[in-house]
Design a protein around this ligand. Structure first.
Ligand code: ADP
Length: 607
């Protein structure tokens, strides 16, 4: 039977000696470096197991359960004739668990030829003098280096002595037979035979060989083979002529050469050649860890620059030694170009964002400075004119002081509007929502403008729902919107006119309406009314204002998730309507008892 042996490289020499002792079967060895010294991923083991399962009738795993992923990985091959020999680590497989236990209880540190020669550097790094803490082995209570010879005269006594000295320990050397490991392998083989018989009887035929060579012709990838010394290219897929416009002969001559003269032209030849040869040397001298993966640029036969991804793997002979190196070359230029474009786009976007953020920051700083510069001189004017107005009795001084005071307050309002507009434009205008009762809020505002209404000789009617209307909103901003609409209604409605305020609930919103019987707005003007600085031609001379009130009202309403619009009233005048969604339910504890539940229709009237 053809059997694959996936073997820990620490036992490779022993497995090689055992294989000729079992003559009735044919073996292929797939070595994997020991995970106690090397970072061996589950994928690396799977790769070797895959190869064995695909090319053999049975696979035997001679690897310790010390790799955390090994057992779960083997479970994935449930349909294959695959079995692991018993043993948690290589020593249990070589000596049996009882004897290992005995040595360990005597505080021995175990070593065979491979550990003490090929990987003595890794061993020293983990336990010996090269560790950060010095002599880890002796400081952990280890008393002796116990070396085992499974092969006659190996390891050399000189080597054992040298390594023991490095770790600061005495040593002993024991000659061992291969019987324990051989019996384990033999019993796994016996079971594999039984399983194979069963598979043949049940019609499960043995696996075919991996990738037929003819397939290579149709692949988009170029396969090459280098001999086991790493010095000659022995095979290259003919597809290279089509994909890179380089002949197979040119490739063979130039791929491994240190001279950049024609053929396979690397952009950074010496770096790539030395990386590849270091990998080959490492595999040959110390064992195979992970495949080599490199990306680089070349100039193809047409003189074009192409991005290449190369992967290189050793190919093992039946005895587990390296027979050749097989590599794969892919043209990844398109992928790289897209990746580069994405990186460029990202960088471009990042620098634009940075620029924008700086601009926003500058504008915030400017606005802050402007407000400070304007408000600082205004505050004492407002305070002083206020005191003067209340202290002076005599005309014309009282009138003058009142005019200064009114002017200062107007100016203050404009500055606030400008500041809010600037905040809105740079996206830092925020609202702070709390539960509020809309009818109460409207009534307060009406009270506040009562004097103005009287002065303008206007009548005001307030219509609202019977029940209270609670919503989550920013009371200051909502107040600002209502005040602005009401002030406009007063401003643009001639004396003896009527202003109506309505406040009611729909299933989704609370609706506020301010209806005046004033001069109205033409349909063509309505379209631009909510834009900043838009004022009607007819009002520019007659009324003060900057045309910011409606624009800001729109912003505040929208920040609450609502809408605002204007319509013509039936006969004359305008109707301004805005909605605030009531979708966020108000928590019961916020429904303060201080609010009146029912209120009589409000009518503020003058004469
Ligand atoms: P301002 O502070 O200049 O009043 P607004 O944004 O509040 O700015 O209003 C913009 C313009 O819309 C006003 O200049 C006025 O021409 C017009 N307007 C606003 N409300 C009314 C209204 N109720 N009746 C007639 N025109 C109005």
């Amino acid at each position: 039977m053809k059997i694959g042996l996936v073997t820990c490289a620490s036992m490779l020499d022993q497995v090689r000696q055992i294989v000729p002792l079992i003559p009735q079967d044919q073996f292929v060895i797939y070595p994997v470096l020991p995970c106690c010294l090397f970072a061996i991923s589950g994928d690396t083991i799977r790769n070797q197991v895959d190869k064995s399962v695909l090319a053999n009738e049975a696979t035997i795993i001679i690897y310790g359960s010390c790799h955390p992923e090994l057992n779960s990985l083997l479970d994935m091959y449930c349909d294959s004739n695959i079995r692991k020999i018993e043993g948690n680590n290589c020593w249990e497989m070589l000596l049996g668990p009882e004897r290992v236990e005995k040595y360990l209880s005597q505080n021995s540190w175990l070593g065979n030829n491979s550990f003490l020669t090929k990987w003595n550097r890794e061993v020293s790094k983990s336990f010996g003098s090269e560790t950060r803490n010095g002599q880890v082995a002796s400081s952990c209570g280890i008393e002796e280096l116990t070396a085992f010879r499974f092969e006659s005269n190996q390891p050399d006594e000189e080597i054992v002595k040298r390594e023991a000295q490095k770790a600061g320990l005495p040593y002993s050397i024991h000659n061992e037979s291969l019987d324990y490991l051989k019996n384990l392998i033999q019993s796994a083989i016996d079971k594999a035979h039984i399983e194979n018989e069963a598979r043949i009887t049940s019609g499960l035929s043995p696996k075919a060989e991996l990738i037929p060579l003819s397939l290579l012709e149709t692949m988009k990838e170029i396969i090459y083979i280098i001999d086991n010394s790493g010095s000659t290219v022995t095979f290259i897929s003919p597809i290279i002529e089509k994909l890179l416009s380089i002949t197979t002969k040119e490739f063979k001559m130039t791929f491994l050469s240190t001279q950049n003269k024609g053929g396979y032209l690397y952009k950074k030849r010496s770096q790539i050649i030395s990386k590849r040869s270091a990998f080959i040397t490492d595999c040959l001298e110390r064992g195979f860890e992970d495949p080599l993966k490199i990306e680089y640029q070349i100039i193809n036969g047409k003189g074009e620059c192409r991005w290449i991804r190369e992967t290189l793997n050793p190919q093992f002979k039946a005895d587990g030694s390296i027979g050749a190196f097989a590599g794969r070359i892919e043209d990844i230029t398109e992928w790289k170009t897209t990746e580069q474009q994405l990186t460029d786009l990202y960088q471009n976007e990042a620098s634009l964002r940075h620029e924008l953020e700086t601009q926003i920051q500058n504008r915030i700083e400017f606005t802050r400075a402007l407000v400070h510069e304007l408000k600082t001189p205004l505050t004492p004017i407002m305070a002083a004119s206020d005191t003067l107005s209340s202290g002076l009795k005599q005309e014309p001084w009282l009138n003058l002081a009142q005019n200064i005071n009114k002017g200062a307050f107007n100016l203050n309002k404009r500055i606030d509007e400008l500041l809010d507009l600037a905040r809105g434009e740079i996206g830092v205008l925020q609202i702070k929502k709390i539960p509020i009762e809309c009818i109460e809020l409207s009534a307060d505002i009406i009270q506040y403008i009562d004097a103005k209404l009287r002065k303008a000789n206007l009548r005001l009617v307030f219509e609202h729902d019977e029940n209270t209307i609670f919503i989550e909103a920013d009371p200051d901003r909502l107040r600002q919107v209502l005040l602005n609409l009401l002030s406009n209604a007063i401003k643009y409605t001639p004396g003896s006119g009527l202003i109506k305020i309505k406040c009611f609930r729909t299933s989704t919103d609370v609706v506020f309406q301010i209806i005046d019987s004033g001069i109205g707005i033409s349909s063509s003007d309505m379209a631009y009314l909510f834009e900043p600085y838009h004022r009607l031609e007819r009002d520019r001379e007659r009324f003060d204002g900057m045309g910011l009130g409606l624009a800001l009202s729109k912003r505040f309403v929208e920040l609450h998730g609502g809408r605002i619009w204007v319509e013509n009233a039936n006969e004359h005048g305008s109707i301004f309507t805005f909605t605030i969604p009531t979708l966020t339910p108000v928590k019961p504890e916020h429904l303060k008892l201080g609010y009146k539940n029912k209120r009589k229709p409000y009518e503020a009237a003058v004469n």
